[in-house]
Design a protein around this ligand. Structure first.
Ligand SMILES: Cc1cc2nc3c(=O)[nH]c(=O)nc-3n(C[C@H](O)[C@H](O)[C@H](O)COP(=O)(O)O)c2cc1C
Length: 328
């Protein structure tokens, strides 16, 4: 399994359309779904929540939950959909998530987490990974983190994705929790030193190839969130520089390759903006990038679009990037 570089699970961002688009840019990164709550999987529209295009693989499903019994069911269901890994969210700080007792607040309940991981591992052949923070609220203590990871390992998980920041649940909003608690990469490096045979993946604040290379000397893999979502073509640089892949599509080729997918999805009833919104940052940093964003913003929200209308818009989108110097 390729876990050298992965794209972080991000709510409202890494849905199946985004993942298809990212996969066109990078063949080698691991992708994850947004967090899906165990209760939704058990009681909701499973196909809608879990179905994906095999082109997106390798793909991990991230689940949020704290009922060992429910999670045991969820992993069995997920295995049937063809995921490559199941990840348990132990890092999300949102209030709603806390109220339901999952996400980062579970760091305060290591025995319960251990039972969840144990049941998950027992009920699937898929690898179980966890995604957590280095600490919670005022606690940033290496021994506490180490004990937590140790319990999870004993319960059967061998892949630890660690966002190198505390989650401060009582004082900060989810957005602030992505920026304000200081990054402490040393804790993640130290975990790797102690868990030599396991996979330790570092996450948080990484946006340059040089940073990736530096961290890869100390850990097994890097997970990147916002830098990829805001500038998806960063993945092309990662393909070239990290995976030494010379066969990377240009930005216009990526859009060209999206067209059959879009046509197919529109026919199934998907709205154009559900797909195209993820491509807003494709030309990030290029001359003409604002034209791309403006054109998309003005045109992707068509209502009741039929395939002909979409073809017309896609033609315009194509001519837009050829006439404005973007993507040259
Ligand atoms: C819009 C958004 C949504 C997120 N949703 C999730 C989520 O569903 N599950 C999760 O574990 N982390 C979630 N995160 C946190 C990211 O996975 C990642 O840990 C965080 O952004 C730090 O990585 P970065 O600095 O590379 O962005 C989210 C982050 C953002 C910005």
């Amino acid at each position: 399994m390729k876990r050298l570089i992965s794209v972080a699970p991000m709510m409202d961002c890494t849905d199946r359309h985004d993942r298809y688009f990212l996969r066109l840019i990078s063949k080698n990164v691991m992708l994850y779904t947004e967090m899906i709550v165990s209760d939704a999987i058990l009681k909701g529209d499973r196909d809608h929540l879990l179905k994906f295009n095999p082109f997106e693989k390798p793909l991990g499903l991230q689940v949020g939950g704290s009922s060992p019994k429910d999670l045991a069911e969820v992993v069995k269901i997920a295995e049937g959909y063809g995921y490559d890994e199941i990840n348990l969210n132990l890092g999300c700080p949102s209030r709603k998530v806390q109220k339901n007792k999952f996400g980062a607040c579970l760091m305060q309940h290591p025995d319960l987490v251990s039972e969840c991981v144990y049941q998950m591992n027992k009920n699937t052949r898929l690898p179980i990974s966890i995604k957590t923070r280095i600490g919670i609220n005022q606690t940033e203590d290496f021994e506490v983190l180490n004990n937590f990871i140790n319990k999870i390992k004993s319960a059967g998980s061998k892949i630890f994705i660690i966002h190198a920041r505390r989650a401060i649940l009582d004082k900060l909003t989810p957005k602030e929790n992505l920026n304000i608690p200081p990054l402490n990469y040393d804790f993640v490096y130290k975990i790797k030193n102690l868990y030599e045979k396991d996979t330790v993946i570092l996450n948080g604040g990484i946006s340059k190839v040089e940073e990736i290379n530096k961290h890869l000397e100390k850990v097994d893999g890097i997970m990147i969130g916002r830098a990829v979502y805001h500038s998806p073509y960063f993945l092309a640089e990662i393909e070239k520089e990290i995976f030494k892949n010379k066969d990377v599509l240009t930005r216009p080729e990526i859009i060209q390759n999206m067209i059959p997918y879009i046509r197919d999805e529109i026919q199934k009833g998907t709205r154009l903006n559900k797909i195209m919104r993820h491509t807003l940052g494709l030309f990030h940093g290029e001359r003409g990038s604002s034209n791309w964003k403006r054109y998309l913003t003005e045109n992707m929200c068509v209502k009741n679009a039929d395939v002909q209308k979409i073809d017309h818009i896609m033609d315009k989108i194509k001519s837009n990037y050829t006439t404005t110097s973007i993507g040259r």
